[in-house]
Design a protein around this ligand. Structure first.
Ligand code: LFR
Length: 439
């Protein structure tokens, strides 16, 4: 049977997973993703990540093809010789805080369909403009495209990830001429998931939904279209899979985004802060056992905070920021702070699930939680309670599975639409059902 390697880079670690259709995934290699601050700027350590990818591919052994996905919006700049200029800047860096674009928000939404998020590439490029590095830059490659370029020598921009930049036209699915007008750097041609990018040491590198959230949505084991998904990890990406974008003023005001999905779908969603505040608190507490912490938290009384507040974006001193927002003393116990974050997240999930339905007119009767958050029983139950809908939790590895399925289809091992790919997941992946309590 044919084996595939899925490279999946997350905000805190990267993995190379190996698997076959209909079987489980094996983790060939996991490596830390540790951002580094120099001269006050937060960077990704991209060469360490690339080394991790190479090491993982070596450990994976012979495979039919390789697919790469990662978080979105961040990029590397290349000079005229194709060399990387400096380390890619982390989207959590403060450089975009006060950036203003020339174009009004309404017009930008009309073209791109994207929620207003300062992390989006368009704001990052505006912040970078005028720097000496930008002056010598000739090309921009998003993170998975940069790694694919190093593996194969081929430059391109995979569509689902390009759709998060704020430079793509949501209708034509190409770079927007008015938005890239005047940009002194070249944006490479768009390529679609399933296309062969090139070869690395004789193995094909195939474009997948290279935005991790796009691959995660492929990996949602939904039975029909009446589902909401929450791709829950560092972020919670909460939304629906649609065929057409929703570009109304109400949608813009609710800050909903129309990102490009695999097979021409639209990922109509909101970025909710996700488990990031809890991950940061855990780091401060010296990484205690999460199971025990959640058990203790389940016995605490809820206190709610607004997780959308940009005050929670940067790393560091998260316990202090959460306690302050909740009006709790700075020595509040980890269990209480955990309960506060998890409850607030469940409520934010509910708000986004409800708004997505209202704004799109699509009704849902189940919420799928995929990604690491599917392991968090307290969060899954509280989300079911808040939404008043069954939550179907799993697979945890939806992103790597979505990555692998698109490679498998490209190789001709399986065929069919997203529904067909999802039926494979329903047959092979464990899903835990949480029913809503007490409404
Ligand atoms: C999730 C994710 C989100 C994106 C954020 C920043 O890992 O890709 O979809 O908004 O990271 O890139």
């Amino acid at each position: 049977m044919t084996t595939f390697a899925a490279v999946d880079l997350g905000a805190s670690s990267g993995r190379v997973m190996v698997g076959r259709v209909g079987e489980g995934l094996r983790e060939a290699h996991r490596f830390a993703n540790e951002p580094v601050t120099t001269n006050g700027t937060l960077h990704w350590d991209i060469l360490a990540l690339y080394r991790g990818v190479l090491e993982g591919l070596r450990k994976a052994g012979p495979v039919e093809s390789i697919g790469i996905d990662s978080w979105a919006v961040d990029y590397g700049l290349l000079d005229a010789s194709g060399a990387l200029i400096g380390n890619p800047v982390h989207y959590r860096d403060a450089r975009t805080e006060n950036v203003q674009l020339d174009i009004p928000d309404e017009d930008l939404y009309e073209i791109t369909g994207l929620q207003k998020l300062p992390i989006n590439t368009i704001y990052q490029l505006a912040a970078a403009r005028g720097t000496p590095q930008f002056a010598i830059a000739r090309q921009m490659l998003l993170i998975p495209d940069l790694l694919a370029y190093w593996l194969t020598g081929e430059a391109g921009a995979e569509y689902t990830n390009a759709s998060t930049t704020g430079l793509l036209d949501v209708r034509t699915r190409e770079w927007s001429a008015p938005l890239i007008d005047g940009l002194t750097i070249e944006l490479p041609p768009i390529r679609q998931p399933g296309e062969v990018i090139g070869e690395h040491d004789g193995t094909k590198v195939v474009a997948v939904g290279s935005h991790d959230t796009a691959s995660a949505v492929v990996g949602v084991p939904a039975a029909d279209e009446h589902f909401a998904y929450i791709s829950c990890g560092t972020w919670s990406l909460v939304g629906l899979e649609l065929n057409e974008p929703v570009l109304t003023a109400a949608s813009r005001k609710a800050n909903f985004t129309n990102e490009g999905g695999v097979d021409g779908t639209i990922r109509y969603l909101r970025n909710v802060m996700g488990l990031w505040p809890l991950q940061e608190c855990m780091r401060e507490w010296g990484s205690p056992d999460i199971g025990e912490l959640l058990r203790q938290a389940s016995r605490e009384k809820p206190v709610l905070i607004d997780l959308d507040d940009p005050v929670f974006m940067p790393p560091g001193n998260m316990t202090g920021r959460v306690a302050k927002a909740a009006g709790l003393p700075s020595d509040t116990s980890p269990a209480r702070l955990t309960r506060c974050i998890v409850d607030s997240l469940a409520l934010a999930h509910r708000k986004a699930v409800e708004q997505a339905q209202e704004l799109s007119g699509r009704h849902v009767d189940a919420v799928h939680i995929v990604g690491g958050g599917a392991r968090n029983e307290l969060l899954c139950q509280l989300t079911a309670d808040a939404c008043g809908l069954p939550v179907l939790a799993g697979p945890v590895e939806a992103t790597a599975l979505g990555n692998l399925l698109i490679q498998a289809r490209a190789a001709g091992v399986i065929d069919g639409d997203l529904a067909a790919l999802r039926s494979v997941l329903r047959r092979t992946q464990q899903v835990i059902r949480y029913l809503p309590r007490g409404r």
